[in-house]
Design a protein around this ligand. Structure first.
Ligand SMILES: [Zn+2]
Length: 60
């Protein structure tokens, strides 16, 4: 499985996981993953990947 931490988040009003338009940047995304379990799961994985990368760098 490829580890891809380069999720395209260039557009803050679009969900990077399903491409849906968000009601507003930031807070709209929180509401969005609240209502979309699949996106929430993807977001959790994405965040874990980022956290893992940082932990690796910082522990070295
Ligand atoms: Zn989504």
């Amino acid at each position: 499985m490829a580890v891809n931490t380069t999720t395209d988040w260039s557009d803050p009003v679009t969900c990077p996981f399903c491409g849906d338009e968000l009601a507003s940047p930031g807070a709209g995304f929180v509401d969005h993953i609240d209502e979309n379990a699949a996106c929430e799961t993807d977001f959790e994985h994405w965040r874990e990947n980022i956290a893992g990368d940082l932990a690796d760098e910082w522990s070295g």
